[in-house]
Design a protein around this ligand. Structure first.
Ligand code: DQA
Length: 150
């Protein structure tokens, strides 16, 4: 079981950036939390590779690399590109694996421009407003479904 976790612009500043909205965990803390919890839940064999870029083109390239790869799931937080990027949407459309979009904050409660979601149009599911735990929930949603045979 291989999972790619892609994070978009400014998420390299998690823990320092608007902590009242995004919390005090860094991206690395979140990755470690996911590793710890998956281990505690008996999913330690699940491999999850984390990637962050501020560049739209690098994110597109990271998505393209998943096509015809052995990854089973993409978890992506496109950050601000969620609201602007048709190019990322088009890249996601090329994938045949499930895509779960994560937002740390509840974007619906925020500025109106965050309600426009472009990349989300090609996601299988969205988890938002659950803070850093959203990444774990996205992965668990897939793993539990898999275990169920549903
Ligand atoms: C975000 C929400 C986006 O609107 C924002 O631009 C981000 C982070 C979130 O995780 O809540 O950078 O994707």
């Amino acid at each position: 079981m291989k999972i790619k976790v892609i994070n978009g612009p400014n998420l390299n500043y998690l823990g320092k950036r608007e902590v009242e909205i995004y919390g005090s965990m860094t991206l690395n803390d979140i990755e470690n939390f996911v590793t710890k919890k998956l281990g505690e839940m008996g999913f330690s064999s699940v491999k999850h590779d984390w990637y962050q870029s501020n560049s739209e083109s690098e994110i597109i390239e990271a998505i393209q690399e998943l096509k015809d790869s052995d990854y089973n799931l993409l978890v992506i937080n496109p950050a601000a590109y969620t609201h602007t990027s048709v190019a990322i949407l088009d890249a996601l459309k090329m994938l045949s694996i499930p895509v779960v979009e994560v937002h740390i904050s509840n974007t619906i409660n925020r500025e109106d421009f965050r309600s426009q979601k472009i990349t989300t149009k090609s996601s299988s599911a969205v988890i938002e407003g659950m803070g850093y735990k959203g990444y774990l929930l996205a992965i668990l949603g897939y793993l539990l479904e898999d275990n169920d045979g549903n």
